[in-house]
Ligand binder design. Structure first.
Ligand SMILES: [Zn+2]
Length: 71
């Protein structure tokens, strides 16, 4: 008789005889997904900083142009 259990990490039905192997691969995959989410957050923060820096420089340039035109 084959017994299936539900993995609490990935919610897949797993044959209980294969659970040890599944635990190792599932945990590894979960750690990889966590690292990917963290990297995505870092990239998003860097993109936001770059966007702010680009627009701040553009804004400061416009102010200088207006000041020169006024003088
Ligand atoms: Zn799993």
């Amino acid at each position: 008789m084959e017994y299936l259990i539900i993995c609490r990490i990935c919610n897949q039905s797993i044959n209980i005889n294969l659970m040890d192997i599944h635990n190792q691969t599932c945990r590894h995959n979960a750690e990889q997904r966590k690292k990917l989410v963290q990297l995505n957050l870092q990239v998003a923060r860097l993109c936001e900083k770059a966007y702010m820096k680009k627009h701040r420089n553009s804004f400061e340039t416009r102010i200088k142009i207006v000041i020169v035109k006024i003088q």
